[in-house]
Design a protein. Structure first.
Length: 645
C-alpha cells in the first residue's frame, strides 16, 4: 500500500529526550504500512546513532540516515524530503512528540479539503504555542482569513508534490529562522491550507535542561539578518498594502516589540539588550512603513515608536512600568445545571497589584508622534485602552495539567466601567460566565481553569482564583457523559480545577447520610451528593464475604435538595449477609472505577435493612485494642506461671 505520510525527524544529541518522540511514532493510529519515520542523524556524538540503528532494525516503519554535522536543522529536513516516499511529509523535532491519532487525523483532514499544508493543533509544555489560530477548525485558511502567520514553526504536514512543484526547501547551514522562510513561502503559494483544531496533534516541549535549539541566546546581528530573509519572501509574493502590512506586523510584534517589553527585556544583561535593541532599531527603521505599526495594540505601538526613534533608555523605563501589570480573575459562582458546569468570574488588570484605573472620558486618537517621555507614553496607553474597552474580551480555557493541551470553553461576558476617584477615573471589569460540557473534554485528567484577557495592548492569562475559603462556592461532583467530574479548589492557592477521572472518596459518596437511604421491597433509593443530568445510568456493586453481585441504577436530579436521587432494583434474592455497596459512573467500562458508599445492606431472608458500615480506621483501632488486651493478658499469665516455678 502506498505510504501516506513520511515523518521527518532531524536528530542531534537528544539523549533520553528522543524516547517520547519514538514512542509516539510507534503508537500512531494510522496503519503501520501507511506511514514511515525517517530519522536524519546530523552527526550526533552521544549514543543516539546506535540507538537509532537498533530502532530501525526492530521496526520496519523506522528508517535512519546518518550524515556529518551540518550545524542546524535545515539540511537534515531537506535530506528527509528527498528520501521520503509519502504523499505528505510531516516535520517533528527530536524532543517533541505527536498525539496518537495525529497522522491519521491530519492526513484525512488534508485530503478531504485538498490541502497543500495541514496545520495541526499544538500544545506547549513550558513553552508558548499559538492560541487564537486553534480556536476552531479552518478547512480553507489563508493569511487573510485566519491568523496563520502566528504559526511559523515547521511542525506541520506538507504535500510532497507541492514542495517539489514549487521547489521549496529549507535554507541550510548554521542559521536562525530557516523555518520562517520555508513556512511563509508555503502559506503564500499553497492552493489551500487546512487548520485542524479539535485534536492536539503536536506537543511542543521545552526540555528540562533548556537545551532546545530555540532557547539558546542568539547573536542579534545574525538573527535579524536571517529575519530579513523572511521579510523578503513576503515582499516577493505579496503586493504593497494591507495584507503585506499585516504579515510584516507579525515579525514586528513577535520578534521585535515583544522582546523589548516588561520582564522579558529587563531580565537580560544590559550589554546584550543594548545590542538587541540596536539591531531591532535598524530593521524597524529600514523595512516597515507606518501602516505596519499602526495596526498594533497601544502598548506595542509605543514600543515600536521608541525603537524606531532609537530611544533605548525610554524603552527600558516603559518595560519597567509594564512589568507590574498582570491580569486577575475572581470566581463569583460555580454550579452544575443540566449536566454542564457554569463558571462565573470577573476579570481585570492590576498594576503593582492594585486594580488599574483609566480616564473616564477617554477618546481614541492615533499615536501621531513619538511620546516625549515615558509619562506621556503611559498616559496615551491608558486613554487608548479605555477608549477601546468595547473590544476587550475574556475567555476561559481548560488546560490539561500533564499534557498542556487546552480548549476554549463557550463564554458570555459583559463589560463594566466602575467609577473611582470621584468618577474621574474608572476600572475596566469584564463579567463572564463560561459553560463547560465535560463530555467535550478528551480523556480523563486534571484540567486547570485559565482565564485569557484581551484588553488594550495586553493579552495575558492567569489561573481562575484565588477563591477565599470562606466565600468560595463548593460544587459537588457530577456524573455526566458516563464519567465522574469533580470541580475543586487547589491547595494552597485556591484556584479552580476539574478532575474528569475522579473516583473514591473524592467523588463525595461519604456525604450520604443513613436517613437518606431507604429500601422498600426490592427497590433501593438514596439521596447522593452527585449532580446528574436526567436519567444518568450508573452501576452498583454489592460485596459480602468474597461474593460480588451487580445491578444498574439511575441518578435523577431533583428540586428537593442538592445532589441526585439514586434508584435501583436490588439483585434478586439477595443472600443473607451484610453487603457493602459501591457506585460506578461507567459500569460498561472494561475496568469500571468503583467508589464505596457509606452504608451497607443487611439481608436476612425476605428483609433488607440499611446499616452503617464501620470505617476501616475504626475497625483497625478495635483490632489493635483487642490485640493489646490479649497481649497484656498473656504477659500476666506468663508472669504467674514463672512465679509458680
Amino acid at each position: 500500500m502506498p505510504v501516506k505520510v513520511s515523518v521527518i525527524v532531524p536528530v542531534y544529541n537528544p539523549g533520553i529526550y528522543i524516547e517520547d518522540c519514538v514512542s509516539s511514532l510507534r503508537r500512531q493510529s494510522l496503519p503501520p504500512d501507511e506511514y514511515e519515520a525517517i530519522f536524519v542523524d546530523d552527526g550526533s556524538t552521544d549514543g543516539t546513532p546506535a540507538r537509532l540503528d537498533r530502532l530501525a532494525a526492530e521496526d520496519p516503519r523506522m528508517r535512519v540516515i546518518h550524515q556529518e554535522n551540518s550545524g542546524w536543522s535545515g539540511k537534515p529536513r531537506n535530506v528527509g524530503i528527498a528520501a521520503a516516499r509519502g504523499e505528505f511529509v510531516m516535520f517533528v523535532d527530536n524532543d517533541d512528540y505527536l498525539g496518537d491519532e495525529a497522522l491519521e487525523r491530519m492526513y484525512a483532514y488534508g485530503t478531504a479539503h485538498g490541502a497543500d499544508v495541514v496545520v495541526g493543533k499544538m500544545a506547549g509544555k513550558n513553552r508558548g504555542v499559538p492560541v487564537e489560530l486553534f480556536r476552531r477548525n479552518h478547512p480553507r485558511a489563508t493569511v487573510e482569513n485566519a491568523p496563520l502567520i502566528d504559526s511559523l514553526t515547521p511542525h506541520k504536514m506538507f504535500r510532497r508534490e507541492f514542495l517539489d512543484r514549487i521547489g521549496l526547501r529549507f535554507p541550510e547551514g548554521r542559521r536562525r529562522l530557516e523555518d520562517h522562510v520555508f513556512v511563509t513561502e508555503a502559506y503564500l503559494r499553497a492552493d489551500n491550507v487546512s487548520v485542524l483544531s479539535d485534536y492536539v496533534c503536536y506537543y511542543h516541549i521545552r526540555r528540562d535542561d533548556a537545551a532546545n535549539a530555540g532557547f539558546q541566546r542568539f547573536d542579534p546581528v545574525g538573527y535579524f539578518g536571517n529575519l530579513r530573509e523572511a521579510l523578503d519572501v513576503v515582499e516577493r509574493y505579496t503586493e504593497p498594502g494591507p495584507v503585506r502590512d499585516r504579515l510584516f506586523r507579525r515579525w514586528l510584534r513577535v520578534e521585535m516589540v515583544e522582546r523589548l517589553r516588561a520582564r522579558r527585556l529587563l531580565g537580560l544583561p544590559d550589554d546584550y539588550r543594548r545590542q538587541l535593541f540596536t539591531e531591532i532599531h535598524k530593521v524597524v527603521a529600514e523595512r516597515f512603513g507606518p501602516g505596519v505599526a499602526a495596526g498594533l495594540q497601544p502598548t506595542q505601538q509605543v514600543v515600536a515608536a521608541l525603537a524606531e526613534a532609537g530611544r533605548y533608555d525610554d524603552v527600558v523605563a516603559f518595560a519597567a512600568w509594564e512589568a507590574g501589570i498582570a491580569p486577575t480573575a475572581a470566581p463569583v459562582g460555580v454550579e452544575w445545571r443540566n449536566g454542564s458546569l457554569h463558571i462565573g468570574f470577573t476579570a481585570e488588570y492590576t498594576s503593582a497589584r492594585e486594580p488599574m484605573t483609566f480616564p473616564a472620558d477617554a477618546a481614541r486618537a492615533p499615536l501621531a508622534d513619538t511620546p516625549k517621555n515615558v509619562e506621556e507614553a503611559v498616559a496615551w496607553v491608558g486613554a487608548q485602552t479605555a477608549a477601546r474597552f468595547g473590544q476587550a474580551t475574556a475567555d476561559l480555557l481548560l488546560r490539561e495539567r500533564s499534557s498542556s493541551a487546552q480548549y476554549f470553553q463557550p463564554v458570555e461576558f459583559t463589560r463594566e466601567t466602575v467609577p473611582v476617584d470621584g468618577g474621574e477615573r474608572v476600572r475596566l471589569v469584564l463579567r463572564a460566565t463560561a459553560t463547560v460540557d465535560p463530555a467535550e473534554l478528551p480523556g480523563d485528567g486534571v484540567w486547570d481553569a485559565v482565564v485569557r484577557v484581551r484588553l488594550g495592548g495586553w493579552t495575558k492569562e492567569c489561573r481562575l482564583g484565588p477563591a477565599p475559603r470562606a466565600t468560595r462556592p463548593e460544587p459537588c461532583a457530577a456524573v455526566t457523559g458516563r464519567r465522574a467530574v469533580l470541580p475543586y479548589w487547589t491547595e494552597p492557592h485556591g484556584n479552580l480545577s476539574l478532575d474528569t477521572g475522579v473516583q473514591g472518596k473524592r467523588l463525595g459518596p461519604g456525604g450520604v447520610r443513613r436517613p437518606d437511604v431507604t429500601v422498600s421491597g426490592t427497590r433501593l433509593s438514596a439521596r447522593i451528593p452527585l449532580h446528574a443530568a436526567e436519567g444518568a445510568r450508573v452501576g452498583l456493586r454489592f460485596t459480602a464475604s468474597g461474593r460480588t453481585l451487580h445491578t444498574s441504577g439511575t441518578l435523577t436530579g431533583g428540586a428537593d435538595g442538592p445532589g441526585s436521587l439514586l434508584e435501583a432494583t436490588l439483585p434478586a434474592r439477595l443472600p443473607r449477609g451484610i453487603w457493602r455497596v459501591a457506585l460506578s459512573p461507567d459500569p460498561d467500562a472494561a475496568q469500571p472505577a468503583w467508589s464505596g458508599l457509606p452504608f451497607a445492606l443487611r439481608a436476612a431472608g425476605d428483609s433488607v435493612l440499611v446499616v452503617t458500615v464501620p470505617r476501616p480506621g475504626t475497625v483497625r483501632k478495635l483490632v489493635r485494642a483487642v490485640r493489646r488486651v490479649l497481649g497484656t493478658a498473656r504477659t500476666k499469665a506468663a508472669r504467674v506461671i514463672d512465679g509458680r516455678r
